[in-house]
Design a protein around this ligand. Sequence first.
Ligand SMILES: [Zn+2]
Length: 184
Amino acid sequence: MLCVQLIYRPEMCPSLREIDFGNYVEWDLLFIMLRQRNLGRKDVSRIEKVSVPFVPFELHPALLDLLLGRERQDGPSNMVLSLEETRELICDPSIPGCVECLRNMRPGCGGVARPRQPDDPEEGLLHPFDMKLDNFFGRIPSVDAWMVERRRLVGKWKASFKTFQSRYHRPTLCLFRVPEYILL
Ligand SMILES: [Zn+2]
């Protein structure tokens, strides 16, 4: 949520230089936020360091550039960065991995999906974010279109996962950790 607030109000927390995202980062929001905050502003400090669970190899160069206050023309699109990229993997029982590792595109997880048992707990998921954006809309028209599309994708993600969960159980978390992944 901090990411979203910073997208629409990049002047917020002017001295903020570091953000720790804990277990999960939504890449599209992070990239948009870094563009709003780090490119072409003199009145706030740049976000120079982010702690995230894992950085997929193909996102490395574009993310590093944004942390340095630059943008590359061939950077990944919002769609590539979005949760849609992992939706089908997470909802495919033949793909190994816990929810957290798959969402973070972190390889090496030993978790497996298995058919659902009657006594499996119903697990609610905090992510992906489904934001109430009405207060923000109109401030940055170039971002609004993606936010509308994103809301649709979040709905799709949740619907897919709900269907998957009605038949299968996939562990939410695992003990596999890259100790701490800090960029810059
Ligand atoms: Zn895992």
